[in-house]
Design a protein around this ligand. Structure first.
Ligand SMILES: [Zn+2]
Length: 254
């Protein structure tokens, strides 16, 4: 059988295409590692925003409890003041001479007593509200603790994952430059162009006589050349089509 050879010897051709495939494998692993690495800051900020929501919830309950504490203090001060006033008025009552004075003082006493009744109900109400708020703050505290623990664990895991991925990217980048240096510059440039145009697979298989990328039929003569390992670029999508012996799945058009 005649082996048409254009720019490379047969051995070169095989090496070139396998180099290109290897490069493509390196690049897709690099793409995956880089994409995951890029997603890490987003995951971290999600963890942070969940945590700060739990902190805000806790702060609201905390503020409510301290507000109730202030109300309680004011009521108790007012009650102590009323008790003092009542004692004072009752003492005065004994020294009053006229009926009018006596009557006026009794009215004052009854006013203070009514005020004290109001204060007692207010104090009782506030006590109930404080109990509820204490329960809420305990719940919010437990939730905050849980979220803090979870966030710390997640941050640790993400930091670990980040350093693993960074090392992987470094290693793969090193491998890639070795692999790329073995690919002839003309093919490499074309490959880079295809990748830059957003085609993740620059090298595809020949699938049932068609381009594995865009499914355009390949003329029989070119299919024969492909099976002989000659670099062939699809005239429609520009991808390199190689004979993968049906071992690789076709890539859907992107
Ligand atoms: Zn194509």
């Amino acid at each position: 059988m005649a082996h048409p050879v254009r720019f490379y010897t047969e051995a070169d051709v095989e090496q070139t295409l396998s180099g290109l495939l290897k490069l493509q494998e390196s690049d897709s692993m690099l793409d995956r590692a880089r994409a995951e690495l890029e997603g890490i800051p987003g995951e971290l900020s999600l963890v942070e925003s969940e945590l700060s929501a739990a902190r805000a919830e806790f702060a609201v309950v905390e503020a409510r409890l301290s507000e109730l504490g202030a109300v309680m203090k004011k009521c108790e001060e007012e009650k102590a003041d009323s008790i003092r006033k009542l004692a004072e008025y009752k003492t005065k009552l004994l020294s009053l001479r006229t009926n009018a004075e006596y009557k006026a003082m009794l009215e004052q006493i009854s006013f203070v007593e009514r005020r004290m009744d109001d204060l007692d109900s207010r104090i009782l109400e506030t006590m109930y509200e404080e109990d509820a708020a204490r329960k809420d703050i305990a719940d919010a505290g437990r939730k905050l603790e849980r979220y803090t623990e979870r966030a710390n664990r997640k941050k640790e895991l993400l930091a670990e994952r980040e350093s693993v991925l960074k090392a992987e990217v470094d290693r793969l980048s090193g491998d890639r430059s070795g692999t790329a240096s073995a690919v002839p510059i003309r093919l490499l440039r074309k490959y880079e162009q295809l990748r830059a145009s957003g085609r993740s697979c620059a090298v595809v298989g020949l699938v049932r006589g068609a381009c594995g990328g865009c499914h355009t039929n390949v003329p029989p003569q070119n299919a024969v050349e492909i099976s002989q390992g000659i670099p062939y670029s699809c005239p429609i999508c520009g991808r390199y089509i190689v004979d993968l012996d049906g071992n690789r799945p076709s890539e859907e058009d992107t």
